[in-house]
Structures are given as structure tokens and as C-alpha cells.
Design a protein around this ligand. Structure first.
Ligand code: IPE
Ligand code: IPE
Ligand code: MG
Length: 239
């Protein structure tokens, strides 16, 4: 595969279609989530090989609590197994794990494992994998305003002073990740489902019908080739 001319610095992925993948094969939805976690393994290896710096993965949204409790439990169980079985390999691959999302409501066993993964990989210098778990962008933005107010009160700063973009960005769950350059959504839906609304302001958005468990090396290369063909203008004129 020839090297890409332009690589996105930060890719965000709405990993959708696990349920449909399972149903189409006559399997329980849970099996789709399990297969989806294998697609994450595959993605991390390919992304390292290509030299991508940051990937945010939408693993569980603040709206996904509406699903049947058995499915929610299965997803968190899989996440725990994922961390337990991969942490050593994640460390050896120099991967840095981040978590974006609200800590409220995440089962304690899952929270303990995420915190450990973030903690032990904190000094890794390779690819950053940001797990967006119990993440919702509207929640993130409200939380950021709250943080800004608390901070200003603590430092006895005025609440009247205007909020600069940097102050806002520092208060987001994704800080210090750069803005998203490319957002990928698998499984055909054309919506952003409350994902990284601030961070995707100028992202190129790539939709594919491929279901997340089927997303492979070729799928990522197709998305990257499409990205490399885009002209990004950020409101200015083409250079
Ligand atoms: C995405 O797959 C994974 C999560 C939301 C956790 P879905 O479970 O939404 O799969 P579909 O959309 O039902 O196929
Ligand atoms: C978005 O997928 C959330 C994740 C991939 C974690 P959903 O399947 O929950 O989104 P909607 O409900 O189709 O918008
Ligand atoms: Mg879905």
C-alpha cells in the first residue's frame, strides 16, 4: 500500500451496526458487540502501521442507556473483558488510552478498569485511543460550562468575562486531543448521534454501509484515500 499524502491527525469513529451484523447471521445482538471488539483490535494494529496519531471510538452513548438492561450489561462486560485481556498488549504497543464521557452511571468494575488502563498507559507515546464511553456531546458541553464556572469561582475570577475557545476546549472531556479531521460512521445511517459536536466543526464526514464488525484494513484505506482527496478550506478559499 503506498503511503498516504495527507493523513488525518484525529479520526473519530461511530462504530455502528453491531446489532444488524448479528441479526443478519441469526445471532444474538451481544455476539455483534463481541465481533465489534475484534474489529477494534484490528483497527488499532492497522492504524499503528499507517501512523495515525489519535482515534476516538464511540463505544457507548449517553442515549444507549435506553437499551434493554441485558444488552447494556453485555456491552460493559465486553469492555471489561477487552481491557483485562488486552492491557498487556496495549502497553507493549505503546498505545495511550483515554476516556471521554461522564463517569456517572458507569458500573464500578468497568470504571476501575478504564481508570487503570488510562493510568498505566499515561506515559505511552504511541497512538492515542480515546474510548468515548457514556459519552454524549450535549452532556460534555454542559459539563464544560459547569467546570468553567467552578474554576472561575475557585480562582475568584469574574463570571462575567467572556469565554474564549481555549477555555472551552480545556473543559471538554476530549482535552488535549486536537479537533477531529475525519469522522467515520459505519452501517449506513447518516447522522452524528450526539458525537463530538464541538470537535467535528470542520471534520470531513465519511459514511460507509459496512457494518462495524466487517470494518477491515481495506475499509480504513478506502476512508483515508477519500480523505486525502478532499480540499479542506475552513471557511477560507482554496489554496
Ligand atoms: C453500535 O452498534 C454499538 C453500540 C451502540 C454500543 P449497534 O448496537 O447500534 O448496532 P445496530 O445499529 O443495532 O445495528
Ligand atoms: C451511536 O450509535 C452510538 C455508538 C456507536 C456507541 P447508535 O446506534 O446508538 O445511534 P442511533 O441510535 O442509531 O442514532
Ligand atoms: Mg446502531
Amino acid at each position: 500500500m503506498k503511503p498516504k499524502t495527507k493523513l488525518p491527525e484525529h479520526i473519530a469513529i461511530i462504530m455502528d451496526g453491531n446489532g444488524r451484523w448479528a441479526t443478519s447471521k441469526g445471532l444474538a445482538r451481544k455476539e455483534g458487540h463481541k465481533e465489534g471488539s475484534l474489529a477494534i483490535d484490528r483497527l488499532m494494529d492497522i492504524a499503528i502501521e499507517i501512523g495515525i496519531k489519535n482515534i476516538s471510538l464511540y463505544a457507548f452513548s449517553t442515549e444507549n442507556w435506553k437499551r434493554p438492561i441485558a444488552e447494556v450489561r453485555a456491552i460493559f462486560g465486553l469492555l471489561e473483558d477487552f481491557i483485562d485481556s488486552r492491557l498487556d498488549s496495549i502497553l507493549s504497543k505503546n498505545i495511550k488510552i483515554l476516556h471521554s464521557g461522564s463517569r456517572k452511571m458507569i458500573p464500578p468494575g468497568s470504571l476501575k478498569r478504564i481508570d487503570r488502563a488510562v493510568d498505566v498507559t499515561a506515559n505511552n507515546k504511541g497512538i492515542v485511543i480515546n474510548f468515548c464511553l457514556n459519552y454524549g456531546s450535549q452532556d460534555e458541553i454542559l459539563n464544560a460550562f459547569h467546570k468553567i464556572i467552578q474554576n472561575r469561582l475557585k480562582k475568584k475570577k469574574s463570571l462575567e468575562k467572556e469565554i474564549k475557545p481555549e477555555e472551552m476546549e480545556e473543559a471538554l472531556y476530549t482535552y488535549p486531543l486536537p479537533p477531529v479531521d475525519m469522522l467515520i460512521r459505519t452501517a449506513g445511517e447518516k447522522r452524528v448521534s450526539n458525537f463530538l459536536l464541538w470537535q467535528i466543526a470542520y471534520a470531513e464526514i465519511y459514511f460507509t454501509d459496512t457494518l462495524w464488525p466487517d470494518f477491515d484494513k481495506k475499509s480504513l484505506h478506502d476512508a483515508l484515500d477519500w480523505y486525502a482527496s478532499r480540499t479542506r478550506k475552513f471557511g477560507g478559499l482554496e489554496k
